[in-house]
Design a binder for this molecule. Sequence first.
Ligand SMILES: Nc1ncnc2c1ncn2[C@@H]1O[C@H](COP(=O)(O)OP(=O)(O)OP(=O)(O)O)[C@@H](O)[C@H]1O
Length: 568
Amino acid sequence: MDPNQETLAHTALRLLAPFWPIGVFATCMGALSGLATAWLLATINRALYADGDIAAALMWTFAGLVTVTLAGEIVSDLGNSWIGQQIIAALRKELVAKVVAAPIEQIERYRAHRLLSVLGQDVDAVSIFSYNFSSLAIALAVTSGCVLYLVFLSPIIFLIVAVAIAAGVLVNFWARKRGSAFYEEARVAQDEVYRQYRAITEGAKELRLNRDRRRRVHGEQLTEAIDRIRDMKVRAFSIFMSANAVDSALFFVMIAMIIVWQGWLGVERTAVSGFILVLLYLKGPLDQALAAYSHFVNAQVSFRRIAELSADFADPESGFAAALPTPAASGASPGIGSIALRGARYAFPAGEGAEPFVLGPIDLTIRGGELLFIVGENGCGKTTLIKLLLALYPPQEGELLLDGAPITAAGRDDYRQLISAVFFDYFLFDDLVAPDGDVREKAGPYLEALEIAHKVTVENGRFSTTDLSAGQRKRLALIQVYLEQRPIVVFDEWAAEQDPTFRRVFYAEMLPAFKAQGKTLIVISHDDRYFGSADRLVRLDKGRIVEIVEAPGEAPRRGLPLQQEEVA
Ligand SMILES: Nc1ncnc2c1ncn2[C@@H]1O[C@H](COP(=O)(O)OP(=O)(O)OP(=O)(O)O)[C@@H](O)[C@H]1O
């Protein structure tokens, strides 16, 4: 295992640290309850053998011990459950914080379905264990109290009990090893289930149109993965249930041995009945503890996944402190001088049997206030280039400069706050965030101008609906860009879903209007009809800049294919 990865125990202790006083108190109360239970059983045993009437003092002892037992159990139960929930909440927050602060390439590599599977299912598995933790803690406390009483009653009989306990521990150790392997396999199948959940929700339309694919996704891939989880969990449960059965058998064999050997061992009858009373009482808490144990093994498997995610996302991007104000929030955003890539190169990791895609080396200076189009065939690297320009991917070689100064790792997040973007695979947030003022008032004129005011209003800072056509949804994404008032604006094929009229409005009116405000515009486009609207056009091919055309609207073609060195 990776040494950086924490074990379940380490993490539990780390997360438990802030609550240790309550934890110690709850555990002490549980132990007190355990001791009181043992004492209670001893009192009952004595009362059974008492001559004549039971003394009032004994009754008071009985009542007092019942009160202590119940109070201890309740306090311990509440305390441990509360701490369990605190730990789960802390774990959730810690993981979410790591994902939010992780470099974008890390999230892309990890894949959404695996991420959701860990954040959902694995955290839930640990959570279920934490619910059971209090019963486990109480059972252990009660058992410890009872064991003390048993040693006091008869050390010789206790030896038999100790041998049986040791045998039980060995059986459970074996069960854990076998059961854990099955839980592990079930966990692998769970990733596949989450992958297919995305397919049946996000690919719902396609699945309705293609019966063969539907059969494959539903009837084969998903069903097989679900069945595999069921089979593996049933096998794990069978192992744990078999271990429980062996433990129960050991338990009754132990009682039989005590009864049969009592004469030979020369133990008093009160001690024998005390033993049997305590052991029969203990059966309940022990069964509870064993049930919690299978949840514990499952939680351990899930926790390994959580630890892997934690380790994978261990290096946050710097400058992510939530308290930092967004630079653009401090008033109207000033224009920028230039953004430049110098010898910048970015390569994706090679896929199986495929050459890795390499962008660069790129030398490109974008002047402040210009309208730059990035064009080229599918897969030539346009989106990768803007991810470099947006500091979403750090260049593996070369550098990104703003006004001539390199953007360091620490400055990346600040730099990104200068940019508004609508990506091709954008996410439409239904709430609006603006640096200042009332978003309702501010968004109104844009809703009108974008011709969606009859469909959408802004209520309490949110769009009243986002159930719109693809083109209309993209117009809503544009409203966020208007409200952000940032000096750099990036559009990745924004107009792809727009009707011809609105496409023209975008290129002929909206882009020039942004430019008139002094914004620097980077636009990825396949709309060659409108390439003439650009101040400059950069053409990419296979990850390299092959052409830069100045004022493409002024002449049919002024640019010539360039050598890479000439492109700066
Ligand atoms: N996350 C990724 N992992 C590995 N390779 C990737 C990844 N994203 C993109 N690529 C590769 O990088 C190449 C460039 O992709 P990019 O999205 O930059 O192209 P593009 O020019 O924007 O294409 P399009 O016009 O289709 O949007 C692609 O050929 C693809 O194989």
